[in-house]
Design a protein around this ligand. Structure first.
Ligand SMILES: Cc1ncc(COP(=O)(O)O)c(C=O)c1O
Length: 397
């Protein structure tokens, strides 16, 4: 038997993952993946951009690049982030291999085995896995529709042995779908200031808003650069261009950035130059803005289609959020309901979603479920939601 490390031995393939492998039937309607719509990718635009590049840029695309990212992309991406009000000049920007790598690098930079870290409940599964793989002891603090529970956060922040960091997804949360209010962000800042608990602010979905009225709430905490609080801001091209590029970024204070660069050197030396060249051209051409505007419209339509179907088919005892952007709707069932039993029924009927326990660092709370509307046509949503609703009724009555 190979003698694996303690950290890898702590990683488990969940029963849910095995159940999901049953769901690969071609006829199944999947509300499970957090994937952009396949047919929405800007294939023609990217082909044209690559063809239009000069020979030097095309050759750079095949070459290794600097660990923190190609200078041209750091410049264009820096400009993109500055337009959102982010303090690019007083921090350091790093291109990462997906924002998942930014989370893994930050986990490595801060966590020794047994260290306490704070997350939300529910929490993005990729973050749970990244923190756990470093041996973290994860304490999760519940969110409501306005953000994290501040009383619980204060209690954690005042401990004599404070956690190594707090990780949050404030903008169109994965999986809870919600958007932090400005007031809750301010309370969070006040709870953490001067406590030596850095904040990891994950903004993978913030560009995908459905209404301008929410723009104020979408202002990153990082853009305020609050005193006495180190904020590491992460983002991604995955939802605004394509996850196949495997490109994300991290904007962090210099001292943290330097450690992260060392970690990235040993992880992959550099992120793919090929896709960095594409992403750079995408930003510089201005196509990024028109593309994001078009996918926003499409996701808004899909979200409206799903909420309409949920309103017509779900029993009254199921609570759920009306999405303001992003990819997800989070369903809360009565206490004690078992989303895994519902998933089994739904798979038999021909639809699939992700059960709530997947997003619980403790892996226990399971009266919740996540539905994605991003990779489904309105027709699939119309056919799939009644199957999910029927599965809920069959299990919960
Ligand atoms: C909240 C959140 N953060 C980070 C990621 C990682 O995305 P990527 O590595 O593709 O940038 C995801 C992917 O679904 C996500 O939902």
């Amino acid at each position: 038997m190979p003698r694996f490390s303690q950290s890898v031995s702590a990683l488990r393939s969940s029963a849910i993952r095995e159940l999901m492998s049953l769901a690969s039937r071609p006829d199944i309607i999947s509300f499970a993946g957090g994937m952009p719509g396949n047919e929405l990718f800007p294939v023609a635009e990217v082909e044209e951009l690559f063809r239009g590049l000069d020979d030097k840029s095309k050759r750079a695309a095949f070459q290794y690049g600097p660990t923190p990212g190609l200078p041209s992309l750091l410049e264009s991406l820096g400009g993109y982030l500055e337009r959102k009000g982010l303090p690019v000049k007083t921090n350091r920007l790093m291109v990462t291999t997906g924002s998942q790598q930014a989370l893994s690098i930050l986990a490595k930079a801060f966590i020794d085995p047994g260290d306490r870290v704070l997350t939300e409940y529910p929490c993005f599964i990729g973050a749970i896995a990244a923190f756990r793989s470093c041996g973290a002891d994860i304490a999760s603090i519940p969110v409501d529709e306005e953000g994290i529970d501040i009383a619980m956060l204060r209690k954690e922040a005042e401990r004599a042995d404070p956690a190594k960091f707090l990780y949050i997804t404030p903008y169109f949360h994965n999986p809870a779908g919600m958007l932090y209010t400005t007031e809750r962000k301010q309370q969070l800042i006040e709870a953490l200031q001067g406590r030596d608990i850095p904040l990891i602010e994950d903004d993978a979905y913030g560009d995908l808003w459905f209404s301008e009225e929410h723009l104020d709430r979408l202002k990153p905490i990082k853009s305020l650069d609050p005193e006495g609080l180190d904020v590491c801001y992460t983002g991604s091209f995955s939802k605004i261009l394509g996850p196949g590029l495997r490109l994300g970024w991290m904007l962090a204070p210099e001292a943290i950035w330097e450690k992260c660069e060392l970690i990235k050197q040993s992880a992959d030396a550099c992120s793919p130059s090929f896709t960095q060249v594409i992403a750079d051209a995408f930003i510089r051409s201005g196509k990024i803005d028109t593309y994001i505007a078009s996918v926003r419209q499409e996701y808004k339509k899909r979200a409206a289609c799903m909420t309409d179907a949920l309103r017509r088919h779900l029993p009254d005892y199921v609570q759920w959020n009306e999405p303001k952007g992003g990819f997800y709707i989070w369903l809360t069932l009565p206490e004690g309901a078992d989303a895994t039993a519902i998933l089994k029924r739904a798979i038999e009927g021909g639809a699939v979603f992700v059960t709530g326990s997947t997003f619980d660092p403790d892996g226990t709370r399971n009266n919740t479920m996540r539905l994605s509307y991003c990779n489904n046509t309105p027709g699939e949503i119309e056919r799939g939601i009644p199957i999910v609703a029927q599965a809920i009724r069959a299990v919960c009555g």
